[in-house]
Design a protein around this ligand. Structure first.
Ligand code: ATP
Ligand code: MG
Ligand code: ZN
Length: 717
């Protein structure tokens, strides 16, 4: 049967083959099995009901939550010559009646409605008398109260729908569903386990980034500067935020639009159209914008503040890269974002159980902002309710946090402080105690009498808060649910306290040098070649190969047809036309530059978009030199560690590295002559010269720093 459907795919929609999950879903629907399809945003869910709708007799009814979404889909179908319509409150009664008449006469293959339509007896009556092909629940997570966009009507109309005996089959579609929501949808729509198609959530063209501790507007401005001709969305948490960011950017001549619920329907419509038609490249919006919008070339989605939960985040961020091209999803985090979200939860009309649920989701969102693990994995684990050690090699944690530092001791201090505080306080109070704050509250609770009071005084309060949040994110410490989460120890905390489990943090690697990662000389040559061939053929150069493809050629220097085909943007057709001449040119250049080594190709790594990286990292030169300069201006290793948000061990390494690179150090800060002599004697006499055995051979007062300093100075390390 699927032959016919494949035909429809090609003739109506112009696509060669099905995407993952489509064929299976369509098959189930054709066999009249109620089906749930969970596919990522942009995964192609619409075709899962549009193709069976075309293939089967009768009218397909699509229940859809938003008017704008219905209109888009109906327009798209009509432009393909398919009879489709919608009925909703944006139309006059007259118009609605007219369309219903046509529906009754069976004129439409597709009818889009909001769920509320089924509350009307007139409508259900009419529907009961026509021939139906299927009923689809688009954005089906709206049916579940555990979902993040619960629409009560999605659920309350079910009895009315169940009364209709002429519905052959239900199909439900969503991009964001936790296990809980999937079960809920299954129960409500009677869907067997075998008819749930879940293609997974990962979108391997999206790179997730967390940006912390930066001025948000400055960041946005510099980001937009670097991505001038690209289309993107900036989500804000409030209308006010959207308005002020809009004013700020439009004053600077940046082509922005805005969209939020405070604007009139017409204003919103205009903004959306300008954005979709690439007249304005940047859209600043609240979460009112975007559901169902099929703009394929959105290159980035920036969250100006942390959203309320991971479901919303992934859905909104997922509006980037629907065309499958590499795109960035950036979350700008600041601690105030948490306060705002708590405020919104408090304000909302919810019962206590629902509110607690929201707090639980918020905590997962906060954890996402503090984890040092792969961000893609964090999202996938959230939805799949599992935990895996997967690394995407694209997200900001995979890219930047590569240097491992042990902080077990520090973690133990924090945990034992939580314990001594009776597990009755939250993050901020704990940080204050560790830091030794003279806050009135601390004194009134007599927390300054604790043995852990002030044991981490070398850190700032902000840094301690960050560390505690990190421990929560890594589940080394638990935060109770609720508005003011108190900290509690868990099994992992106990393991850490007993010394059975080490704790690591990951920090940014020391940048070697900030050169581009492809060979610019060759790039220029290939560009010239491209221009020459393009001129001969009278086509624009990018029709041959994009800049990104040329850069890849200058990274990997492919030598064979096979290797050429591995480069993004080179298919068989392109290879046949231009492959050889480009390969020859590369080879000639390689022969002239025998020292150049090709990069190793990492599957899927979208490091081509390194621009985000460069805005993220400090511009002031190699990291170890920055540390060294601070050190020579008289700051201690610990102070530098606090200021730079790095561990003291890292700073120590930076300083020594600078010495090895030829910078001078006043060694008497680290040791005196007698100490140096003692270390050297032990070194000469030792059979085993590992740091550990040298340390053991020395008196206790010689710490690792002293030991290492002597070895570095004498070039023994
Ligand atoms: N088999 C296919 N081959 C190529 N492109 C496809 C295929 N199926 C769908 N597409 C295209 O992918 C894009 C996204 O499809 P669609 O709008 O159905 O996504 P979706 O899964 O409903 O996403 P969302 O969760 O955002 O609603 C559309 O432009 C669509 O035409
Ligand atoms: Mg959709
Ligand atoms: Zn990652």
């Amino acid at each position: 049967m699927i032959v016919k459907e494949k035909d429809i795919l090609q003739t109506y929609f112009g696509y060669e083959s099905f995407r993952p999950g489509q064929e299976e879903t369509i098959n189930h629907v054709l066999h009249r099995n109620n089906t749930l399809a969970v596919m990522p945003t942009g995964g192609g869910k619409s075709l899962c009901f549009q193709i069976p709708g075309l293939s089967l007799d009768g009218t397909a009814i699509i229940i859809s939550p938003l008017i704008s979404l219905m209109k888009d889909q109906v327009d798209a179908l009509q432009s393909l010559g398919i009879s489709a319509t919608y009925i909703n409150s944006s139309q006059t009664m007259e118009e609605q009646r007219e369309r219903l008449k046509q529906v009754a006469a069976g004129h439409y293959k597709f009818l889009y409605v909001a769920p509320e339509r089924f509350e009307s007896a007139y409508f259900t009556n009419l529907v009961s008398r026509i021939r139906l092909s299927l009923v689809a629940f688009d954005e089906a997570h709206c049916i579940s109260q555990w979902g993040h966009d619960f629409r009560p009507s999605y659920r309350s109309i079910l009895p009315n729908l169940n009364k209709l005996k002429n519905i052959p089959v239900f199909v439900a579609l969503t991009a964001t569903a936790t296990e809980e929501v999937i079960h809920d949808i299954q129960n409500l729509l009677h869907i067997d386990d075998t008819h749930v198609i879940n293609t997974g959530f990962e979108r391997d063209n999206l790179s997730f980034h967390i940006v912390k501790g930066r001025d948000k507007t400055a960041y946005v401005r510099s980001f937009l500067q670097e991505h001038k001709n690209e289309s993107g969305i900036i989500y804000t948490s409030t209308r006010k935020q959207a308005d002020s960011l809009y004013d700020l950017l439009s004053k600077r001549g940046i082509p922005v639009e805005k969209y939020h619920a405070g604007l009139s329907e017409i204003e919103r419509q205009q903004a959306q159209t300008a954005f979709i038609h690439d007249e304005k490249s940047v859209m600043i919006a609240t979460n009112a914008f975007g559901m169902g919008i099929d703009k394929s070339n959105v290159r980035y989605v920036i969250h100006y503040a942390m959203p309320m939960n991971i479901e919303s985040y992934y859905q909104e961020a997922g509006r980037a890269g629907r065309d499958g091209e590499a795109s960035d999803c950036i979350l700008l985090f600041s601690p105030q974002d948490v306060q705002l979200q708590k405020f919104l939860i408090e304000q909302s009309q919810m019962d206590d159980a629902a509110r607690l649920g929201e707090y639980r989701k918020l905590q997962s969102m906060i954890n996402y902002c503090h984890t040092h693990s792969c961000l893609t994995a964090a999202i996938l684990n959230y939805f799949n309710d599992t935990s895996s050690e997967y690394r995407c090699n694209r997200c900001s944690n995979c890219l930047h946090r590569q240097e491992k530092t042990e902080i077990t001791q520090e973690a133990q201090m924090i945990l034992s402080c939580v314990k001594r505080m009776g597990e009755r306080f939250g993050v901020t109070m704990t940080a204050k105690v560790l830091r030794g704050s003279k806050d009135k509250k601390i004194l009134s609770f007599r927390l300054h009498k604790l043995s852990t009071y002030g044991i981490l005084a070398a850190y700032t309060e902000r840094e301690l808060i960050e560390r505690i949040n990190f421990l929560i994110a890594e589940n080394v410490l638990s935060a109770e649910e609720g508005k003011f989460p108190t900290l509690k120890l868990n099994q992992k905390s106990v393991d850490v306290l007993k010394g059975n489990q080490p704790v690591w943090i990951f920090t940014e690697p020391i940048p070697t040098n900030e050169e581009v990662d492809y060979h610019e000389g060759l790039f220029t040559i290939l560009r010239t070649l491209r221009k020459k061939i393009a001129d001969e053929k009278n086509v624009p150069p990018y029709v041959l190969f994009s800049d990104a493809t040329l850069r890849d050629l200058c990274r990997y220097f492919p030598k064979t047809e096979e290797a050429m085909l591995e480069i993004k943007g080179i298919g068989v057709k392109k290879y046949e036309q231009y492959g050889e001449i480009f390969m020859e040119t590369i080879q000639t250049w390689m022969n002239e530059h025998p020292d150049v080594v090709p990069k190793i190709k990492v599957a899927h790594a979208s490091v081509g978009r390194t621009k985000v990286r460069s805005t993220n990292s400090e511009a002031s030169g190699p990291s170890h030199i920055t540390s060294y300069q601070m050190f020579s201006s008289g700051k201690s290793l610990k102070e530098i560690a606090v200021i730079r948000d790095l561990s003291p061990q890292t700073i120590e390494r930076h300083v020594f590295k600078a010495y090895q690179a030829g910078y001078s150090i006043a060694w008497d800060i680290f040791f005196n002559q007698a100490e140096e002599a003692a270390v050297l004697t032990v070194y000469e006499e030792a059979e085993e010269t590992s740091l550990k055995s040298l340390k053991e051979a020395l008196p206790d007062e010689y710490d690792y720093t002293t030991l290492k300093a002597v070895l570095v100075k004498n070039e023994l390390l």
